[in-house]
Design a protein around this ligand. Structure first.
Ligand SMILES: Nc1ncnc2c1ncn2[C@@H]1O[C@H](COP(=O)(O)OP(=O)(O)OP(=O)(O)O)[C@@H](O)[C@H]1O
Ligand SMILES: [Mg+2]
Length: 224
């Protein structure tokens, strides 16, 4: 069974007297363990699609099913629980809390789940090669290191799916490639499903499948 199933999804944003059709009848089925890239020009709907998958927004029409749960049939509370329990997020701008150390940033999603498990935090730090930097604050880390902290934070709860909206966009191409390699290694080792958007052809080439969006529609799907 697919871990994510998107059927005939449409997203229309009202804009004053007009509307913007960000997604226009998207069908997509994603299997467990896929390392899936979403490509497409600016404005094609990549972030909109990731936001729907992340339970950050709801479609205008169509269904989104994650791990057997139809998001539209869940209460707001149940959707928030699904987010916390099953999803991990990596952002373009890292989104770390500046006053917290790397360790404390990574620990945050566990705390939100009411768990106290420093062992898990150390394992996550080790997985991204930053054990020595546990006590550094974000400003005391390079861009690539900050994004590695963000990856560890996304993985610390052992999510089923990690969603990443242009995770390499704020990094130079070499660091960006290393970040994608690290995500792929973790995906292979743990079977975690990754869904990420990108503009970078080198990043796309690392995906097990690439889906490309044009004007809110899936244009093509390439399996590597
Ligand atoms: N909150 C919003 N309100 C109105 N229109 C929006 C909103 N968010 C996105 N849009 C519009 O929806 C379309 C898709 O936007 P989206 O952000 O999903 O594109 P994208 O593929 O992520 O682009 P980029 O590569 O620039 O990040 C665009 O036309 C955009 O202007
Ligand atoms: Mg975007």
């Amino acid at each position: 069974m697919a871990i994510v199933s998107i059927k005939q999804v449409t997203k229309i944003y009202p804009m004053g007297k007009t509307q913007v059709q960000a997604l226009n009848g998207v069908d997509l089925s994603i299997e467990k363990g896929e390392f899936l890239a979403i490509a497409g020009p600016s404005g094609s709907g990549k972030s909109t699609l990731l936001n729907l998958l992340g339970c950050l927004d709801v479609p205008t029409e169509g269904t989104v099913v994650i791990d057997g749960q139809d998001l539209a049939k869940l209460s707001e509370h149940a959707r928030a629980t699904l987010r916390r329990q099953k999803l991990g997020f990596i952002f373009q701008g890292f989104n770390l809390i500046p006053v917290l150390t790397a360790f404390e940033n990574i620990e945050m999603p566990l705390r939100l789940k009411g768990e106290n498990n420093p062992q898990r935090v150390w394992e996550a730090l080790e997985a991204v090669g930053l054990k020595e930097h546990a006590q550094h604050r974000p400003a005391e880390l390079s861009g690539g290191q900050q994004q590695r902290v963000a990856i560890a934070r996304a993985l610390v709860t052992d999510p089923l799916i990690v969603l990443a909206d242009e995770p390499t966009a704020n990094l130079d191409s070499k660091t960006g490639e290393a970040i994608i390699e690290l995500m792929k290694k973790i995906s292979l080792e743990k079977g975690t499903t990754f869904i990420f958007s990108t503009h970078d052809a080198k990043v796309m080439s690392k995906a097990t499948r690439m889906v490309s969006l044009t004007d809110g529609r899936i244009e093509e799907s390439i399996v590597h």
